[in-house]
Design a protein around this ligand. Structure first.
Ligand code: GDP
Ligand code: GDP
Length: 453
């Protein structure tokens, strides 16, 4: 079973994120005073009594649509609610009942989710009940006076909330594959998203990044669910011009970080540009699985040899992701678009895979007996004692050796290639961490850095 979700809703500044912080118990989420838009919307785990759940802070709900993003936030909040087992509707007890709260009640009636009403900022208990009483008028049932800042009243609130939550015994992993569509402007990301979602039933899902960073689209194929993270989608969806800043490379970086698999889109007419290389470098640094999507293939005049020529050229430029599959597609005509999700499945599986220590050591033994480690001029030979997978996403294997310096780059590449071939890793980077006896401590921390011993 997946953890049930509690969605926290209400207008801006009533204390939603303070309440989420209080319930989720740590101080990671950011509280600040801008109305909901720029805040990271993350699902945070929490528990109360015997119930475990995830709690999500939705953006502040406003019905003044002078700003284009406002209906978008409302749409996202509606989807968060649709996923939720129960909603906590937060109002401000100090401000008292407002017309904006009434509007939210109207809107909530269309959402069809049980709602518990929390009247926040009721610091004083005696007064608190008086403050809360006025909210009976909303017709949302009993108003619970709370102070999110001090924590008072939240226990009674949660007692009520968890009545709507199932008791969970075993928790299922989230098997959704997060797929980021990354590329320079105009390479065809939006067209690709349309082509991918065209035949599937797609829903726009709650945004866990910030509203203006990316739009997530969920598609399903067979039993597999994919979350398509698309940085170009907002422009497409709302026709809003967010200006040059919209193309900030940071948006792409954030989307990469949230993904398992990156669809790295390049324009075959332009080939691999400097900007492409910059994005590619970041994808590698983040350790993501990759499929290289060479788009606009329809626009190339070709004969039988063309595809191989192009493939060679692109591979030469992107030699550092030689393990990535490359697909020549046309987002416009749909050519080969139907092959993408198969490759995504394969890459995601490899990216997540865990291999037992026994199997890893078989591969090492086999590799070493075909091709023994180099010997230094002093006649000392490199030795690999054993290896073990220390992490997945991407697969990261520690190799315990006598002295990492004795293993040349070419030998390291050879070993990596053996792992790839023998274990059938597709489309994912593999990180090998070469650990000598003396330098072990130096290698804690990021696998990116640790490979450079
Ligand atoms: P959100 O926009 O609904 O997420 O609201 P925030 O959690 O960001 O809080 C908005 C403001 O209300 C902040 O200045 C908080 O410090 C304040 N606030 C939140 N909870 C309480 C509370 O229980 N009592 C009082 N007095 N202020 C609160
Ligand atoms: P984005 O900025 O990466 O989202 O790119 P768009 O999807 O908006 O596409 C940019 C331009 O390239 C548009 O004019 C598209 O019509 C065009 N385009 C996208 N995909 C293809 C394709 O497969 N073939 C051709 N010939 N043009 C394409």
């Amino acid at each position: 079973m997946k953890l049930p979700i509690i969605a926290v809703i209400g207008r801006p500044n009533v204390g939603k994120s303070t309440l989420v912080n209080r319930i989720a118990g740590d101080q990671q989420a950011i509280v600040h005073d801008e109305p909901g838009i720029t805040r990271d919307r993350t699902y945070r785990p929490g528990f109360w009594q015997d119930r475990t759940f995830q709690i999500v802070d939705t953006g502040g709900i406003v019905f003044d649509d002078r700003e284009e993003f406002i209906p978008l936030i409302r749409e996202q909040a509606a989807i968060a609610l649709a996923e939720a087992a129960v909603g906590i509707f937060v109002v401000d007890g100090q401000a008292g009942l407002s017309a904006a709260d009434q509007e939210i009640v109207e809107w909530l009636r269309q959402q069809n989710v049980p709602i518990v009403l929390a009247v926040n900022k009721c610091e004083s208990l005696g007064q608190g009940y008086a403050q809360a009483a006025e909210f009976w008028e909303l017709g949302m049932g009993e108003p619970f006076p709370i102070s999110a800042i001090h924590g008072s009243g939240t226990g009674d609130l949660l007692d009520k909330v968890i009545e709507y939550l199932p008791v969970i015994t075993d928790v299922e992993e989230d098997t959704t594959i997060n797929v980021a569509i990354i590329g320079r402007p105009n390479v065809g990301k939006s067209s690709l998203l349309n082509a991918l979602t065209g035949e599937q039933r797609a829903i726009v899902s709650p945004i866990s990044g910030t509203t203006r960073d990316a739009i997530d689209t969920i598609i399903k194929r067979n039993d597999q669910q994919y979350r398509l993270i698309d940085t170009a989608g907002i422009r497409r969806k709302k026709n809003v011009d967010y200006g040059a800043e919209f193309f900030s490379i940071n948006r792409a970086f954030k989307a990469i970080r949230r993904s398992d698999v990156v669809l790295f889109v390049i324009d075959v007419i332009d080939g691999v540009t400097e900007q492409d290389l910059k994005l590619a470098g970041r994808i590698i640094d983040e350790g993501r699985a990759v499929i290289i999507i060479a788009n606009k293939w329809d626009a190339i005049e070709k004969d039988t040899y063309t595809i191989n020529q192009y493939r060679k050229e692109l591979q030469a430029r992107l030699f550092f992701m030689e393990w990535a599959e490359m697909l020549f597609i046309s987002a416009q005509t749909g050519q080969r678009v139907n092959k993408i999700l198969d490759l995504v499945d394969k890459a995601a599986e490899s990216h997540r895979r865990r291999v037992s220590t026994a199997v890893i050591n078989e591969v090492i033994q086999e590799a070493v007996s075909w091709h023994s480690p180099p010997t230094s001029r002093q006649g000392k030979q490199g030795r690999i004692y054993y290896g073990t997978q220390v992490r997945s996403q991407p697969p990261t294997i520690s190799l315990f050796v006598n002295d990492p310096k004795r293993f040349s780059d070419s030998y390291r590449r050879y070993i990596e290639k053996q792992f790839r071939q023998d274990l059938g890793f597709h489309g994912t980077p593999i990180k090998l961490v070469w650990r000598g006896k003396r330098v072990r401590d130096a290698e804690r921390g990021s696998p990116n850095r640790a490979t450079k011993v």
